[in-house]
Design a protein around this ligand. Structure first.
Ligand code: SF4
Length: 237
């Protein structure tokens, strides 16, 4: 089973989607006016965080001028500002502000990854691109033995995790329809129950319109910690 470090190396070097690699590189050359002095990462963005994480967050894909610029998941755009502030308030991140992959921020008990690791045009990966990137998610989960809670950020991430769950035996009972704070449980022989906890994505579209508020996001991470602690109690009891 490959380690997280080995997966990260292969992700960064991946060329399974030449059209996405070309798009990311082009965005990095043209840049956004506000970031014209920045050196863009312009490559696939690997998952990152605590290798002993009990809580894993799954997002959609890098933002063209967010993590495609900074090289770290959810770092450098409006979605990330919301997400890291919430993770900090919940005690999963060492700082409320994430600016770059070398900014010194650390995650504790949390790991963040995505359904697709190259920025897609209009934030819309194709089914083929999602399928090509999916094996990395499978490998990351295999390399994270402590996972008790999977927070899916948005419907597409929730659907991608559902594909993974199907491979490993399915949900206990039915999968909950996607909704904020919806929960589904997966039985894993080595881990007991793992809960998939859905959240609206902290995109500008959701946060600017009030579809997702900070208290709503705080409720997700409070529940994630509660579920992780309940899992630990069940195993020690
Ligand atoms: S989207 Fe995934 S599979 Fe496609 S090139 Fe990027 S890292 Fe590779």
């Amino acid at each position: 089973m490959p380690s997280l470090e080995a997966i990260e190396k292969r992700v960064v070097a991946c060329r399974r989607c030449p059209e996405l690699r070309a798009y990311c590189a082009q965005v990095g050359r043209v840049k956004k006016r506000a970031f014209r002095d920045h050196e863009y990462w312009a490559k696939p963005v690997p998952g990152w965080g605590d290798p002993n994480a009990r809580v894993v967050l799954v997002g959609l894909a890098p933002g063209a001028h967010g993590s495609n610029r900074t090289g770290r998941v959810f770092t450098g755009d409006g979605s990330g500002e919301w997400l890291y502030r919430a993770l900090y308030r919940a005690g999963f991140a060492s700082a409320a502000v994430a600016t770059h992959r070398d900014d010194g921020l650390r995650l504790s008990d949390a790991f963040i990854t995505a359904a697709v690791r190259c920025a897609p045009p209009a934030n819309k990966p194709t089914p083929e691109q999602r399928a090509r990137c999916f094996p990395y998610l499978r490998e990351e989960f295999a390399a994270l033995p402590g996972v008790r809670v999977v927070v899916t950020l948005g419907k597409l991430a929730d659907d991608t995790v559902a594909t993974l769950v199907k491979e490993i035996g399915g949900y206990r009972g039915a999968r909950a329809p996607f909704a904020h704070l919806a929960e589904s449980v997966v039985d894993l022989p080595q881990a007991g129950g793992v809960t998939v906890l859905a959240s609206y994505h902290p995109s500008r579209q959701n946060t600017n319109t009030g579809v997702l508020t900070e208290p709503m996001l705080d409720a997700v991470f409070a529940r994630a910690r509660e579920l992780a602690d309940m899992g630990a109690l069940a195993r020690s009891g």
